[in-house]
Design a protein around this ligand. Structure first.
Ligand SMILES: [Zn+2]
Length: 306
């Protein structure tokens, strides 16, 4: 009896006080952008990990085996969806064998729910895939419009509230604070970019239609002739011609693309190459969703000012 009492007393501290690490909602996301948003909404009630690094091409991620263990233990799994991660997420989820977070499971979050998609193809998806295209359900780079961040945040709020209903009010307050922050930052960003509205730009990959829509710039051509297809010399020559004709001053590239074709096109058309951050963590100073837009807006205005 005495022993029992001692054990009981000793056990009490485990169940009182703050939330234990094991009580936190374990979240795994594909991209760091989703990780930072779920952390904003979940606060100290979540522990979140992103599989991809911000400087990796989100279409082609070589996921470390250590993530299978994290997926096995995860309560929520969030991905961008469409076909962005189609090459690497299904095998990971199959290996993890965690029914809860598998496609359609209670802990599976498709962050694209409610997003107004751009560039939905009219051609049959199977045919596009056979041609090597990797945007067969519409453009999946929607997190690059900060207003879509609010929709992603709402999806996270719903998933977190379903996982831990007792904290719903807290998650709602965090969502409202996040939305307000986006609204005020968006006003500043659009004001900063306003003098360059309508500027024509070239990009390496078609990652930016949502960014264009959000900020009023026009990306008129790509170094890649099709998403996922490497550039050919004749395609590059046609771009150089167009840049000269239309006085296009900037080419956007991302850290994971071969910079050589873009630099050679820029040199021959008297333009500049701008390194854009496609995700949180693309460069060391980009730690949050807000840093991502601060960085890109600054890089673009600097380039167009030249
Ligand atoms: Zn893409």
């Amino acid at each position: 009896m005495k022993y029992f009492y001692i054990i009981l007393v000793a056990a009490i501290p485990l169940f009182s006080g703050g939330l234990q690490a094991s009580d936190k909602i374990k979240v795994v996301t594909t991209l760091p952008d989703l990780r930072t948003i779920v952390e904003q909404i979940g606060g100290d009630k979540v522990t979140a990990h992103a599989i991809a690094r911000g400087y990796q091409d989100p279409h082609f991620v070589d996921a470390k085996p250590s993530f299978v263990l994290k997926l096995k233990q995860a309560e929520l799994f969030a991905q961008i969806g469409l076909d962005l991660e189609i090459g690497w997420v299904p095998p990971l989820l199959e290996t993890a064998r965690n029914k809860k977070i598998y496609f359609g499971g209670s802990g599976y979050v498709d962050a694209s729910k409610g997003i107004e998609l751009l560039e939905i193809p009219t051609t049959d998806a199977a045919q596009l895939r056979s041609e090597g295209d990797i945007h067969i359900y519409g453009n999946p780079h929607y997190w690059l419009d900060p207003r879509n961040g609010k929709i992603i945040a709402k999806n996270m709020y719903e998933a977190l509230s379903a996982a831990k209903p007792e904290f719903e009010a807290l998650f709602r307050r965090n969502l409202e604070a996040f939305n307000a922050r986006i609204d005020s930052a968006y006003t500043v960003w659009t004001q900063t970019i306003a003098p360059f509205k309508g500027s024509k730009i070239i990009a390496y990959h078609n990652s930016w239609p949502y960014f264009e829509k959000a900020f009023g710039i026009e990306i008129v051509d790509f170094i890649e002739p099709k998403p996922g297809i490497p550039p050919t010399p004749s395609h590059l020559i046609s771009i150089i011609k167009r840049m000269k004709q239309e006085n296009i001053k900037a080419i956007i590239i991302s850290p994971y693309y071969d910079g050589k074709p873009a630099r050679s096109v820029a040199k021959r058309s008297n333009a500049v190459v701008v390194e854009f951050a496609p995700s949180v963590g693309a460069f060391a100073e980009i730690n949050t969703y807000f840093d991502l837009f601060n960085y890109n807006i600054k890089a673009l205005t600097r380039a167009l000012n030249k």
